[in-house]
Write a protein that binds this ligand. Structure first.
Ligand code: CA
Length: 255
């Protein structure tokens, strides 16, 4: 069997930058627990899944994970097979026998080779992913399992660069923290989030956000943009609204 310590997850930088941009319809408030003893891998997974809009917690072994479960129920567990102490597979079997957690979706992380053969057809996990894997593959598997369990995939949710718009709640949040927006700021941000990476003139923004029939000076757009930037600056996201000199503004997930 390959040494599990030797596995690395190769994440393409460009992919990370584009991740939340590409996955516009995302899980809202889906909570994932990662149980992985290798800190760099765990942290990388946390970063990737957070970027994809998930709420993520980490545990280094099944003892920590069990403690976490006693306080907070995740929507899915990403569970490494090879863990110090109790193995991931043994813990998964135990959870399956536990009335409180028998229906909790589990995806096993395995190393290529022997583990992979053994895990095929297992009934204690809902799916397994073999290391090394791409973030895209992992997120696709997670989404597939969540769909099977009728979780996540809330339609209408828009996520651009970690700014999450929930039209149903009429709310925009960053890092799970709702923004305090006036109705106009909400509409402006909503327009930007649903029309990223394109330049709009002040007149176009007035037409699209304020409405054609309203007479407002173009300067008003600048005032609201300034306010919006100030709000986004609290989260280090103000550079997402770009001024295009001589034309107008552009909202981008990749400032
Ligand atoms: Ca491990």
């Amino acid at each position: 069997m390959a040494n599990p310590g030797s596995h690395t997850i190769v994440i393409c930088r460009g992919y990370l930058d584009n991740l939340s941009d590409r996955l516009r319809v995302l899980m809202a408030n889906v909570d994932i627990l990662i149980v992985e003893d290798e800190t760099p891998i765990r942290e990388m997974l946390q970063m990737v899944l957070r970027q994809a809009g998930f709420e993520v917690h980490g545990a280094a072994d099944t003892r920590q994970a069990a403690k976490h479960l006693s306080q907070r129920r995740p929507d899915l567990i990403l569970l490494d097979w090879m863990l110090p102490g109790q193995s991931g597979i043994d813990w998964a079997r135990r959870l399956r026998r536990d009335a409180d957690f028998s229906d909790l979706p589990i995806i096993l992380l395995t190393a290529r080779g022997e583990e992979e053969d053994k895990v095929t057809g297992l009934d204690c996990a809902d799916d397994y992913v073999t290391k090394p894997f791409s973030p895209r593959e992992l997120i696709a598997r997670i989404n597939a399992v969540l769909r099977r369990f009728g979780k996540g995939e809330k339609p209408g949710i828009v996520n651009v660069g970690g700014i999450v718009l929930d039209p149903e709640k009429h709310q925009v949040a960053i890092d799970q923290r709702p923004l305090n927006l006036s109705p106009t700021e909400y509409r402006l941000l909503e327009f930007f989030l649903t029309h990223p990476d394109k330049v709009y003139s002040r007149t176009q923004l007035l037409d699209r956000v304020w409405g054609r029939d309203v007479y407002i000076e173009e300067r008003t757009v600048d005032v609201h943009i300034r306010r919006l930037r100030r709000i986004l600056a609290e989260f280090g996201r103000d550079a997402m609204i770009q001024t295009v000199r001589g034309f107008g503004y552009r909202f981008t997930a990749r400032p």
